[in-house]
Design a protein around this ligand. Structure first.
Ligand SMILES: C[S@@+](CC[C@H](N)C(=O)[O-])C[C@H]1O[C@@H](n2cnc3c(N)ncnc32)[C@H](O)[C@@H]1O
Length: 319
């Protein structure tokens, strides 16, 4: 990891993936037409952007301050801005499914990812969450990302470098990407962290590794798509015993249509992305207090086959 202070040519906002000033060659722009259709492309001198309304010369955009309207050869009007992080991650090339901005925001807030934090994450997938983590920890933090599939790691490397890279393409100083399985590689690395984020099919397989790396008081955060994964993750954290009682939730975001007297919820909505689980790491040898409340009747009955928290016997079916 390079020392951010040793790169005086890099403006501070570059570590947020933000560029100021006139649009430059090599930067990405986002064009939005009158119907809300979006087009993202990289500016190259001498190139043309083609749409169903004719074409535009990239040279017409290079050198202008973002936030203008441009007209194509066929009369189409386009709004021109640099993409925001939330826009970039949903339009960038994907290997694996990405963490959507509404969930990245929840992860940053509820896993308390702070400037200067040391964060470990797996898997890196397409690098969407990585971008939010890097922005939150800043140049003096650390994000160590594990990915076990080389082709996904490559996609993530390109996406993250594209967002944070400057003209020298040196990437973000807080980021390190390692190829391998977190469950094996993290304990071997001896790395310790404040926050550990798992976005993968089987986070429970990484619990031991997470517990060994997380500092006391640190936060484990898992992002899982299905209820079966949610159940197994939560129960496995309870069974481990070295974490506080897990919190589980999901977030739903609904757009609103606001126009004169027509003020109502939007018709379309993303119904489901994933569930989030957080728990705090206890100090070595410490356990959270036993739950006083008895489980709901039938919760751990004979049909329940998942991990069984300590002190929860198999309930016998009623006669
Ligand atoms: C849904 S994707 C992650 C998406 C990513 N968070 C993003 O926002 O772009 C899940 C990734 O986890 C990787 N993976 C699964 N288990 C892993 C493990 N134990 N260690 C490292 N990577 C793992 C998979 O290869 C896959 O690329």
């Amino acid at each position: 990891m390079s020392d951010p202070g040793s790169q005086p040519d890099v403006p501070p906002e570059a570590w947020a993936g933000v560029h100021r000033g006139p649009l430059r060659e090599g930067e990405w722009v986002r064009l939005v037409d009158s119907k809300g259709r979006r087009h993202n492309f990289c500016l190259e001198a001498g190139k043309r952007f083609f749409s169903n309304r004719g074409h535009l010369e990239h040279d017409e955009l290079i050198g202008r301050e973002e936030g203008f309207t441009v007209t194509s050869s066929g009369g189409g009007e386009y709004l021109v801005f640099r993409p925001l992080l939330s826009e970039f991650v949903v339009s960038m090339p994907r290997g694996a499914a990405v963490v959507y901005p509404k969930d990245s925001a929840q992860i940053i807030a509820m896993a308390d990812v702070f400037p200067g934090a040391h964060v470990v994450e797996a898997g890196v997938g397409s690098g969407a969450l990585t971008c939010s983590l890097l922005r939150a920890v800043g140049p003096h933090g650390r994000v160590l990302s594990f990915e076990r599939r080389e082709e996904f790691a490559e996609v993530a490397r390109r996406n993250v470098t594209q967002f944070f890279g400057t003209k020298d393409d040196h990437g973000h100083p807080a980021w390190e990407l390692r190829l391998g399985d977190l469950a094996e590689e993290l304990p071997a690395s001896g790395e310790r962290c404040d926050r550990l984020i798992l976005d993968m099919l089987a986070p429970w397989e990484c619990l031991e590794a997470a517990a060994s790396a997380l500092l006391p008081g640190g936060i484990l955060c898992a992002y899982v798509a299905t209820t079966t994964q949610l159940s197994r993750t939560v129960e496995s954290i309870r069974v481990h015993g070295g974490f506080t009682e897990p919190q589980a939730w999901e977030s739903l975001v609904r757009d609103w249509h606001v126009e004169g007297l027509a003020v109502r919820p939007g018709h379309a909505m993303i119904g489901h992305t994933a569930f989030l689980v957080t728990a705090r790491r206890m100090a070595p040898g410490q356990r959270p207090p036993m739950k006083r409340r008895r489980p709901a009747p039938g919760a751990y009955g004979p049909d329940y086959t998942g991990p069984r928290p300590p002190g929860v016997p198999v309930e016998l079916p009623e006669e």
